[in-house]
Every structure is written in C-alpha cells, then in structure tokens.
Ligand binder design. Structure first.
Ligand SMILES: Cc1ncc(COP(=O)(O)O)c(C=O)c1O
Length: 375
C-alpha cells in the first residue's frame, strides 16, 4: 500500500443525486428530480455550437477561455481579468481553498449546505467549522461570531442548497463587514438565476467594496449545461490571478467553452426557461402549502421538505412508485423542479403530510450528517 497524506481517507466521497441510466428501458419516463438539473434539452443554437466545436476536439482548448471570459465580463460589467473559469463552479470552489486554506486553518460554512465544501476543506488539510442554519436560513450573526484568526475561507451558498433559502443584501453586507479582509469569502450563487429580489441579493453588487469577495456562477443549472462542466468566479483582479494559479490547465474543454458562449447568445430564450421553472416552483410550493406541508421559501430550482428520516423514507418510496427520483437527507427531502408533467406526478406522489409517520425535525439542522451530498 502506498503512503497517503494524513487525513485523505477522511475526505467524504461526493454523493451525487440518484439517477437512472437513459439507456435502460426501465427508466423510460423517469422524472429525475434528484440533482437540481434543468429538465430541458440544449437549445438548437447551443446544440449547433456543440457540434461545430466537437469537430475540432483534436486540438486543445484555449487555455485562458478568452472569448468566454470576454463575453462574461461584458455581461457582468467587469474586467476580463476579474473572471476565473473552472470545470464547473465546483473547480473554482477548489481553487479558493487551494490558494488559502492549509493545515492549522479553518473553513467556515453553514449546515446543511452544499456538502462539497466539506471535501474541499478536508483536501486542503483544514478544519471545517459548521454553523447550523436557523429556520433553514443562514444565521449570519452566528457565522460572523464563528470567524477566528484561523479562518481562511467562508463559503456562503446563496440560495442555499439543499434548503433553497436566500441571504438578503443587508445580511450579506453584515457578514462581509464582520469578516476580516484577509479572509476569502466565497458566495456560491449556482442558483442565482432562479432567485428574486428582495429575498435574494447577489454578491456581484458588493464586488467593488470587498476585495476578498469571490462570487461563483455556473452554466450547469439555469443554463442547462451540467454535463459539459463550465462555471466561473468573479472577483478582484488580484484574487483572480491567484485563483488561476490553482486552476487545472485546460480543465474547461473547447465544447464546453463554445456551448457557454452560445448560451450567452441565447440569453433571452434561456431566461424564458428560467421563468418557466420559477413559475412551476411557485405553483408546486403553493400546492404543497395548501396540502399542509410547511416548506421554507425557495429561491432556487428546488424545494426543501423538512422531514424526519422515517418520513423522508416514506416519501422517497411514494415517489419511486410513480417513477420520480428525489433526494433524501437525514433531515428532509429535496425535490428539483422539473417539467409541468413531472411536477404533477411529484405532487400526486407526495400527497398530504397527514398520511405520513409523525415528524420530529426542528427548524435547526444540527442532526444533518456529513458525507453524502447533493449535486
Ligand atoms: C451550491 C452549489 N455550488 C456548486 C455546484 C457545482 O456546480 P457545477 O456544476 O458548476 O460544478 C452545485 C451543484 O450542485 C451546487 O449545488
């Protein structure tokens, strides 16, 4: 056996949402509401760009992603040098920890949240400090109090995965004011396109004020390119140049780059799809509230149903009987918003909370276990 780094065997394995292989006939009609993906196939213009780029994959991609970075800079009104790319925004999360965390330091985040922060922290050899959500929302006061001399990175998932709850502008500014400027604050906005003001406020609005702020976005969710792997961060020029040191060379392939640019070109068509998902989210949430479910307000493309493990088990079984895949957690269940037909099937499967075993989950989340994680 080889000698391994201390702590490597404690790194949690990424727990992707369950999925059914499309090649398996048994999965015909399966509603995959387990991984927060878009239910829509690529737009024709994006498929065309993918096909054109595929014809040139004997060549390496542009290592700097120059065209995409220029387009993103234009779209966000920032300089190209403020944009960093990654193989999904998850790579930019890794870059953030790689440049700042190390053994003897701490990485701070809420819990439950995107569990990859736990693996990232462990890989950097740092210690995780988790601050429980309060009422399924980030508790920015408790988070600010948890910052110490050792804190190197603070992750804020906004809207939060898996609860869908958002951090507002005043809360975000409070947190950034409370965190020392030598500590990197990563505001992970993978689901920002589904959020509405004033519940949600983007970190992008604070970029000019805080040089230690990194805002993450992705083409995996609202842009429907999860399978291609392209995400990005926007930050100060100085921080961006440091993050690029930790980037895996050529990690964003030429097909992904071309598809992302074509998706920016198709911005209005994609915005219409996002509006459809938001309307469906609100329809499903209202329907469930009418049935007696008590859900936190979601600003993402998924809903969080607080439930004891026994209830979540029962719910997952009901969904499976109707060929609906969902994501179960120790403290609840996360359901991604799909097409109207899929959502109707989900609603039929969930039924009323009165038919289930009694719940005992409080609106704080200290019992949430690590390891298995959502995508
Ligand atoms: C909060 C959050 N951040 C980042 C990611 C990773 O997204 P990407 O596909 O851009 O790597 C996910 C994926 O589910 C997520 O939920």
């Amino acid at each position: 056996m080889i000698r391994v780094r201390t702590g490597i065997d404690g790194v949690p394995v990424y727990g992707a949402g369950r999925r059914g292989s499309v090649d398996d006939p048994a999965n015909q009609g399966l509603a995959q509401l387990s991984s927060n993906e878009s239910p829509f196939p690529p737009l024709p213009s994006v498929s065309d760009a993918i096909a054109r780029a595929a014809a040139g994959v004997n060549r390496y991609p542009d290592i700097d992603g120059t065209v995409l970075r220029a387009r993103l800079a234009g779209a966000h009104g920032v300089e190209e040098d403020q944009i960093v790319l990654g193989c999904g925004s998850i790579e930019v999360c890794h870059q953030a920890a790689t440049i700042s965390a190390e053994p003897g330091t701490e990485v701070l985040y809420a819990w439950p949240t995107f569990p990859e922060y736990t693996a990232i922290t462990a890989l950097a050899g740092a210690r995780a400090r988790r601050v429980p959500l309060t009422g399924w929302r980030h508790d920015v006061v408790a988070m600010a109090k948890a910052v110490t001399e050792k804190t190197r990175v603070v992750f804020v998932c906004n809207p939060n995965n898996p609860t869908g709850t958002a951090v507002g502008g005043a809360e975000l500014a409070y947190l950034l004011d409370a965190i020392p400027s030598w500590c990197l604050v990563v505001v992970d906005e993978a689901y920002a396109e589904f959020a509405d003001a004033p519940e949600f406020s983007s970190g992008l609005e604070l970029l000019g004020t805080y040089d230690n702020l990194l805002v993450l976005r992705t083409f995996s969710k609202a842009y429907g390119l999860a399978g291609l792997r392209v995400g990005y961060g926007i930050t100060s020029v100085e921080l961006a140049s440091l993050l690029r040191l930790a980037k895996i060379p050529f990690s964003v392939g030429s097909v992904a780059l071309a598809a992302a640019v074509a998706s920016i070109d198709a911005g209005s068509e994609l915005a219409a799809r996002t509006a459809t998902i938001k309307a469906e989210r609100d329809r499903v949430a209202n329907h469930l509230a009418g049935l007696g479910w008590n859900l936190p307000s979601s600003q993402a493309n998924f809903l969080w149903i607080p439930a004891s493990e026994a209830r979540a088990d029962a719910l997952e079984r009901r969904c499976a009987e109707r060929k609906v895949l969902v994501r179960k957690y120790p403290d609840g269940m996360r359901i991604t918003i799909g097409t109207e037909e899929e959502n109707d099937r989900l609603l039929g499967a969930l039924g009323s909370p009165d038919d289930l075993p009694p719940t005992n989950v409080a609106a704080t989340a200290t019992s949430f276990a690590g390891g298995a994680g959502p995508s």
